[in-house]
Structure formats: C-alpha cells, structure tokens
Write a protein that binds this ligand. Structure first.
Ligand SMILES: CC(C)(COP(=O)(O)OP(=O)(O)OC[C@H]1O[C@@H](n2cnc3c(N)ncnc32)[C@H](O)[C@@H]1OP(=O)(O)O)[C@@H](O)C(=O)NCCC(=O)NCCS
Length: 156
C-alpha cells in the first residue's frame, strides 16, 4: 500500500521551512515516504488553528513522525513551520503525540535532540528527562560538533 501522497507533501513543506540547514537534520522525500510505509511508523499533522489533521483546504503548520516497537516509541521528527511558532502549536502537537502513543499502549517514549535546542524547554515541560549523551554526534556545516541528548518520558 502506498502512503497518502498528500501527507508526504505536507510533511515535506514543513520540513523545508522548519529545520535549520546547518545541522542537516531534515529528511528527504524518499526517507519520509519509505518511513511511512514501515509498520509502527506514525505521523501527526497540525493546522495553524490547532486542528489535527488539517482539513484538506487548510495549510499544515507542523508535523511529528515517530516509530514504535513493542511498548516503546521514538519521536524521530518534530517541527512547526517558522511562520506559526510561539503560539502553542508545539505544545499541542507534542501532547497529541503523547496521547496517541499512550493509546497505542506505549510505556516509554524517546527522542534525541541537539544540545541547547530550545525544543528542550518544550520537551521538559511535558515531562521528558535527559537519560544519555552522544558526545559530538551532530556535525554542523561550519564543522562544529554538537552533543546529542537522549530524552525519555515514562507514561502511565
Ligand atoms: C521546537 C519547535 C517545534 C517549537 O514549536 P512552537 O510551536 O514554537 O512551540 P510552542 O509555541 O508550543 O512553544 C512551547 C514552549 O517551548 C519553548 N520554546 C519554543 N521555542 C523557543 C525558542 N526559540 N526559544 C526559547 N524557548 C522556546 C518555550 O518555553 C515555549 O513556551 P512559551 O512560548 O510559552 O514561552 C519549533 O521551534 C521547531 O520546529 N524548531 C525547529 C525543528 C526542531 O528543532 N525540532 C525539534 C527537533 S528535536
């Protein structure tokens, strides 16, 4: 079965705008469409007014993409387009991801982020806690090496 093309388009539109080019974190279209074909992969789309999923005539403000295995799930991509930031959409999208994962029976959620990414403030406010460091994991275009921080949320 093919993934819904429209959702791939929507994800790629946000991806192109949201991830700073210098860290090479954005996925290409092939990576996204392949991921959506894998069992256990889930994505959430959110509209600028917080509706999820966005009605077909509405733009997409953000998305998450995650992959679950057994009772764990990893948040692989999470982004809100710059035009729609600091209005609480990141909070709503993260809450939706956590609720969906809980409803799928997940007990532990993971993610990995660049050290000092402001997203860490958002994750911490939803209960994620750092559990590990991959030293110098990310390489910026200017050659700078940045640690990856692994975070975990244990859900009831
Ligand atoms: C991280 C991201 C998803 C936040 O989206 P958002 O819609 O702006 O988030 P919210 O408006 O819900 O903000 C939630 C809180 O996070 C914190 N926050 C978000 N962006 C911040 C920033 N640039 N600087 C400081 N704090 C920030 C604040 O505490 C904020 O609450 P406040 O606005 O009440 O102060 C968005 O900035 C983004 O897409 N960044 C690029 C992609 C990325 O790095 N994704 C995470 C990969 S691990």
């Amino acid at each position: 079965m093919l993934p819904p093309l429209d959702d791939v388009d929507r994800i790629m539109e946000v991806m192109a705008a949201a991830f700073p080019a210098e860290y090479g974190e954005a996925w290409n279209r092939r990576q996204v469409s392949d991921a959506l074909l894998l069992a256990g992969t889930h994505h959430v789309l959110i509209a600028p007014d917080g509706t999820s999923p966005p009605p077909s005539h509405e733009p997409t403000a953000g998305f998450s993409l995650s992959r679950g295995l057994f009772d764990e799930e990893e948040l692989l991509l999470f982004a809100i387009s710059p035009a729609w930031r600091r209005r609480g959409l990141g909070h709503m999208l993260l809450e939706q991801f956590i609720t969906d994962a809980r409803n799928r029976g997940k007990k532990r959620l993971f993610l990995e982020m660049r050290r000092n990414n402001p997203a860490g403030i958002l994750y911490a406010s939803h209960g994620f806690r750092p559990i590990g460091i991959r030293p110098r994991y990310y390489r910026a275009l200017n050659g700078e090496r940045i640690d990856a921080i692994t975070q975990e949320l244990v859900i009831e």
